[in-house]
Design a protein around this ligand. Structure first.
Ligand code: DGY
Length: 323
């Protein structure tokens, strides 16, 4: 029996690529170039499984290419807003993702950004590198406390909960959250977390606001000018979710006008083409979508895709089926 044909769209950790090579007739992307729409269409026509990742765009016109061989998109990533899920469903394509294994590393990056933004870490680093540090003085680069302050979480899934644990147990932060469905009571008790009835209710109470909702049309520009205006002038906004959850232009304006104190961003609208307005601001800390970028996490993500492919080709139930 010939091995199933699998296409992997970007480089994956070496140990996972080696396993793929043992198990499948796999095509790897040795030069790690982003695939064009045409390359995706051909992949869907010539492979049994295509394994995209969060920077690949799979809109309806690509997914609906004629004469498809592909039956499964084994996505390397928990987020799948880059795949038109309605079109995938309509085309009979199975989609899987990689939940659970990137929770702690992504929450760590959210805390990193919170600390960087609060304590002006990136700004300080730039100052030292530019040779502009003239020495310690009592009023130099004063910043905001983190310990004992209030953190608001928009979305309260796995990553938000992990961040809440770090913030509450590590930094004594008070936790507020908004979530459409009720949160687990034991967790709420452990964190002494307070449920807010709306984003409007949460925002004015927080020193830090961290976003943890999925991307996509339902949450596009959830944080807009009106909502930014509800934040305290001393507050910081952290985004490790998806770039389009925040209206970039409105955030740039709020940061320019010091209507909020700072922001820490790991994700952007139209990634990796960051709005140039961010680049000239001192009060924003910018990371290149590093949330899950630890060796252990990226390897575990690859292993999750392997598990989903193995179940698919064995005709077993899929561990992480999206549709
Ligand atoms: C995901 O898996 O959706 C993350 O954004 C990757 O870090």
């Amino acid at each position: 029996m010939p091995k199933p044909k699998v296409l992997v769209t970007r480089r994956w950790p070496a140990s996972v690529e080696a396993k793929l090579q043992q198990l499948y007739d796999v095509t790897l992307n040795h030069d790690d170039h982003p695939l064009s729409a045409e390359e995706f269409k051909q992949a869907l026509q010539h492979y049994d499984a295509v394994c995209p990742t969060v920077c690949d765009s799979l809109p309806a016109d690509v997914l609906s290419v004629a004469n498809k061989r592909c039956k499964i998109l084994g996505n390397f990533g928990v987020g799948y807003n880059h795949i038109d899920i309605a079109a995938a469903t309509q085309q009979g394509l199975i989609v899987t993702n990689t939940p659970g294994v990137l929770t702690e590393s992504t929450a760590d990056i959210a805390m990193t950004l919170l600390l960087m933004s609060a304590r002006r870490g990136a700004e300080g680093d730039r100052l030292v590198r530019a040779g502009q540090w003239t020495g310690w003085c009592p009023t130099h680069m004063m910043s905001s406390d983190v310990t004992g302050t209030t953190l608001g979480l928009i979305g309260f899934g796995r990553i938000a909960q992990a961040m809440a644990r770090k913030a509450h147990h590590g930094f004594g932060m008070k936790i507020l959250y908004v979530k459409p469905s009720p949160a687990d009571q034991a967790l709420v008790d452990d964190l002494q977390a307070v449920h807010c009835p709306s984003i409007e209710n949460l925002l004015p109470q927080c020193d830090y606001v961290s976003l943890h909702c999925p991307g996509g049309s339902d949450t596009r520009h959830l944080i807009n000018e009106t909502r930014l205006n509800l934040m305290k002038p001393s507050a910081h906004l952290i985004n490790t979710a998806r770039g389009d959850v925040v209206d970039s232009k409105a955030l740039i304006k709020a940061l320019q006008q010091k209507r909020i104190a700072g922001a820490g961003l790991d994700v952007y609208e139209n990634e990796p083409h960051i709005d140039p307005g961010f680049l000239t601001l001192e009060n924003v800390s910018l990371l290149p979508h590093l949330g899950s970028a630890t060796i252990a996490t990226r390897t575990a993500m690859g292993e999750k895709v392997l598990a989903n492919l193995a179940a698919f080709f064995a005709e077993e139930s899929l561990p992480d089926r999206v549709v």
